[in-house]
Design a protein around this ligand. Sequence first.
Ligand SMILES: [Zn+2]
Ligand SMILES: [Zn+2]
Length: 310
Amino acid sequence: MLSVTFLGTSAARPTVERNVSAMALVREGETLLFECGEGTQRQMMRYGVSFALGEIFFTHFHADHFLGVIGLVRTLGLQARAEPLRLYGPKGANKLLTQALQLGVERVPFNVEIEEVKPGAVLRMTENGQRDGYEIDVFGTEHGGGSVGYALREHQRRGRFDVEKARAAGIPEGPLWGKLSKGEPIELADGRQLTPDRFVGPKRPGRLVVFTGDTRPCASVVDAAQGADLLIHEATFGEEEKDRAKETGHATAREAAQVALAARARRLVLSHVSARYSLSAEELVTEARLVFPETVVARDGMTVEVPYSE
Ligand SMILES: [Zn+2]
Ligand SMILES: [Zn+2]
């Protein structure tokens, strides 16, 4: 299972309906947090996101994307957390997050590690060793100050085991099926030796979920999101304010849709919307769907499941 829950979808400041940026990704029971705007811990409680998380990924250090880490880490400390927490962010992460974490607490009672990341980095390890079946790719975005986005890329999966062929070949159901489906050769009771290639189909792609954070539409996002099962792109503005989007380093809904189209993504979710779209973001949806029909605008508390494409 892989799903994404939007904890905050408002740009720059919270509104009555929407909190500032944060998104929880849950995969096989593991929770990863992307951004942690002010008030994120309360949004996690409201929408049932586990506090047992090991990592938070920041795209850049504008206040609406990270101030929530101060309160969240304090609460984790009050809960007598012992496990370490790892924070990732672009250049400047060390200084900024260290300062943030020293605010309002004498001492964080567990280990917090900060890792500065650069575009092109591939994050394969967690605190507990190798990531299980996926990696996090870091890519550059255009929002100033070395901003980055993150792509969760699952490894290829085994091919499909062809039950009919196995039966037809007289292989008894049980451990031998298991061996073949894992790609191991087997020997039958009658001495026949069989290799898995006849019974197992080609490897199947894993899933790709791409999170841009704040950015202008740009080629590095198109590259990172090639064939993405889910692209989560900021869309602060509508067409009416496309000049303002350019001036402030943000994207319009239409521009985000063009990126999704160029990347041949399967689905696009728009987030980080200006306060004027807080109640209704229909205008953004309409503009984006003219370019890329598989588009929705995120709401706080919305969960999107990401199935395998095959
Ligand atoms: Zn922002
Ligand atoms: Zn920003």
